[in-house]
Design a protein around this ligand. Structure first.
Ligand SMILES: *Cc1c(COP(=O)(O)O)cnc(C)c1O
Length: 424
């Protein structure tokens, strides 16, 4: 039953572009009616028709503790009583900056913003300000939010030209973004050769999770650290998804690589709109009012968002066993998928991040991810949805496991998943 969702979608389309406030929510890639959500608690999400589902979207990553964790809700309710916004510094912002630099030591100094997009946009500005250079390198299939300079794809002469990947992005902006291939060292080296002394930063999702989950092949990230060091270029890890998910110290702790700048979002806000960027002190001290790189925000460091983020990080820090549980449960899901799907699928997983690609032979880069059978994914998605399992409505989004998923939830999910995958 999706009667009320269908009605709301039609009503929404009259005054909201495509009926939704972020495109993937419209279920365009899976040909279904988007579920309008009434509430979510723990690992359960309930739509407006009263369907209760096991949630593996987790709001696209923030929900590492599941929805509405009682401690986070209590902290937020208390903070609301003290006022929603002051536009002035607060003690909790200082505490959050201290907590971030304790858990992610490369982030010696950090600035709070309102989203992952803003964090990335601002980190790039800081990198350009610090290096005095304009060009950046990004990787095909990595997503870094919707700032102009990041909605860019390779042109036909990939080495020299980049073109907008969205209407409304000027060519003149796209020109400064060079496109390389993830896990392909040669593609990066060639861009450095052709643009010697001009590259301010390389930005990368250390574990890409926006083309589905793709794992870095050793020593790709080490190679990026070395080539950026040799060229006076900054290395930016976009850890908006991986931060506090692959462990308290994110992907940089897992792979033992210290980037110059890091961007955070999703988990750092504990379910509220919050992002952060930070890194080496001398770079971050370029940011206004300490330095000449302007960046500001009326609601930046908003006390409610900071409270939700801080309480979430405290819970994660107090109970590191959370990551052991996440690993164990996600592993059960991945193994069940492989067992039932065999060679028809490729499963990538790291910690509680995973993807089932509908193609055989493994997925290690954008080309292979893009070669997946998206119709097959849509069919799988629909079956899971109809059996109470709420997955991302796109082959190219990750499946997120939270600490609220019980072993029973996982077993039920494995059962439904296997009953589908056995038939393909
Ligand atoms: C989600 C995401 C962003 C953008 O964050 P928003 O809060 O949606 O603006 C940036 N980078 C990565 C890696 C993301 O997954």
């Amino acid at each position: 039953m999706e009667k009320r969702s269908a009605e709301l979608f039609e009503r929404g389309k009259r005054h909201i572009p495509g009926g939704v406030n972020s495109p993937v929510r419209a279920y365009g890639a899976v040909g279904r009616t988007p579920r309008f959500i009434r509430s979510a608690k723990g690992a359960r999400i309930t739509d407006e028709d009263g369907n209760e589902m096991i949630d593996y979207v987790c709001s696209w990553g923030p929900g590492i503790l599941g929805s509405a964790h009682p401690r986070v809700i209590r902290a937020v309710q208390k903070a609301c009583g003290d006022g929603l916004t002051f536009g002035a510094p607060t003690e909790k912002e200082v505490e959050l900056a201290e907590m971030i630099s304790e858990l992610v030591p490369s982030m010696e100094v950090s600035r709070l913003v309102n989203s992952g997009t803003e964090a990335v946009m601002s980190a790039i500005r800081a990198a350009r300000g610090y290096t005095g250079r304009d060009k950046i390198i990004k990787f095909r299939g990595c997503y870094h939010g919707h700032a102009d300079g990041l909605l860019v794809k390779a042109g036909s002469a990939a080495l020299t030209t980049s073109v907008p990947d969205s209407a409304g992005v000027p060519d003149s902006v796209a020109e400064n973004t060079l496109i390389a291939d993830f896990n392909d060292e040669v593609s990066v080296a060639e861009l450095f050769l052709a643009n010697s002394g001009k590259i301010a930063a390389v930005i990368v999702e250390p574990v890409p999770a926006n083309m589905g989950v793709v794992l870095p092949k050793w020593p790709f990230l080490t190679f990026l650290r070395d080539i950026t060091n040799r060229n006076g270029t900054l290395l930016i890890f976009d850890e908006v998804i991986t931060g506090f998910r692959l462990g308290l110290g994110g992907a940089q702790e897992y792979y033992k690589i210290r980037p110059d700048l890091t961007t955070l979002g999703k988990i750092v806000g504990g379910g509220m709109p919050l992002g952060a960027y930070g890194g080496r002190r001398e770079i971050m001290n370029m940011v206004s009012p300490a330095g000449p790189v302007y960046q500001a925000g009326t609601l930046s460091g908003n006390p409610i968002a900071v409270t939700a983020g801080l309480e979430t990080l405290r819970i994660l820090k107090e109970d590191p066993e959370i990551y052991t549980r996440l690993e164990y449960r996600a592993k059960m899901l991945a193994e069940a998928a492989v067992e039932a799907g065999g060679d028809s699928i490729s499963v990538n997983r790291l910690g509680s991040l995973m993807s089932i690609f509908f193609r055989s032979g493994g997925v290690n880069d954008y080309e292979q991810a893009a070669g997946s059978d998206t119709k097959a994914y849509a069919d799988y998605f629909g079956y899971m949805l109809d059996h109470g399992i709420y997955l991302a409505p796109s082959q190219f989004e990750a499946m997120f496991v939270s600490d609220a998923h019980t072993e029973e939830d996982i077993l039920k999910t494995c059962e439904v998943m296997q009953s589908y995958l056995q038939t393909i």
